[in-house]
Design a protein around this ligand. Structure first.
Ligand code: FAD
Length: 275
């Protein structure tokens, strides 16, 4: 039995996107994922798309995890959606705070993901395997690295079963985070989230917003490739495969891929893994 792998998708916005994602999933199922997760727009903006994609994955015979964000939500709305997910046969939820688009204000009855985890455990017992987010390079809104680590510990103590990290390209940050969490008594699996590099502009845009650091040497190399997408992809495969190898050699429990609804890079990285 090799290292468990999980795959993340976002809900497609168009029927063409849905068709394309179906084809991508079929290619990626060759990797025998432990589960596939589907992101959820904060404020419920993608709820239908998320739940529909989750339904399709379950119907394809693969375990599906729905992401679920609580920012701006009420207890009543969360209760209703959890009941809907349970009725769909969902057994795994990635429980998040989420980020509301600017202008929405905070509102809602949940402030942090730990509130959602505690609510889920109180309301639904052990119905769901609860995943939470972890930030080896520190969440961008955290008061300090220490405060962010404590926020992670609070999610574990509220009842999370395991965690998936924000992506990173520096394995030291991941191993230190896991060690620090252990020292505070948290021993739930922390699965590294891996973002394949297939485009330079897309990566820079995402990373600035989510607090993932692109090491200077990677940034400079990507910039130097300009529009040469073949070189960007080849370089990206080398960098991310090396990262995965370091993580596997360091004993990670599993690997979670941010597929960006594409199959080629994830398939090639896994093909190169020492699993
Ligand atoms: P929290 O754990 O609540 O943390 C948010 C911030 O609050 C952190 O800075 C933390 O340090 C701080 N904090 C926490 N508790 C306290 C406290 N008690 N007092 C003071 N400060 C505190 N977003 C989506 O919208 N949809 C998705 O599907 C989605 N999927 C994701 C999947 C993964 C694996 C990851 C890593 C992120 C995902 N995100 C998603 C992004 C996520 O919603 C954002 O990073 C969001 O800003 C934080 O969510 P969280 O669940 O980590 O929040």
């Amino acid at each position: 039995m090799g290292l468990p792998i999980s795959l993340e998708f976002f809900p497609p916005k168009t029927p063409e996107g849905a068709d394309k994602l179906r084809a991508v999933r079929q290619q990626l199922y060759a990797l025998k994922p432990e589960f596939c997760s589907v992101t959820y727009g904060a404020g419920g903006s993608t709820q239908d798309g998320t739940f529909n994609t989750v339904r399709e994955i379950l119907a394809e015979g693969v375990d599906a995890a729905s992401h679920f964000s609580c920012i701006g939500a009420t207890r009543e709305s969360v209760r209703a959606q959890l009941a809907q997910l349970k009725a769909m046969g969902v057994k795994r939820i990635v429980a998040l705070r989420g980020d509301l688009p600017s202008g929405y204000g905070l509102g809602g009855e949940f402030h942090y993901a730990s509130d959602l985890v505690a609510f889920m455990r109180a309301e639904t017992g052990d119905d769901f395997h609860i995943e939470v987010a972890a930030y080896p390079e520190v969440h961008p809104q955290a008061k300090s690295p220490e405060a962010d680590l404590r926020a992670f510990v609070a999610k574990a103590q509220a009842g999370a079963n395991s965690a998936i990290t924000q992506y990173f390209y520096n394995s030291d940050a991941y191993f230190r985070f896991v060690d620090d969490a252990h020292k505070l008594g948290v021993d739930i699996p922390v699965v590294p989230g891996i973002m394949p590099i297939t485009s330079s502009t897309q990566l820079m845009r995402f990373s600035d917003a989510c607090g993932a650091e692109i090491p200077r040497w990677i940034r400079l190399r990507l910039q130097a490739f300009g529009d040469d997408t073949a070189s960007i992809k080849a370089f990206g495969l080398d960098v991310v495969s090396d990262l995965c190898e370091q993580l596997i050699n360091g004993g990670v429990p599993a690997i979670h891929f941010y597929t960006m609804n594409q199959s080629a890079a994830t398939l090639e990285i896994v093909r190169r893994l020492p699993r």
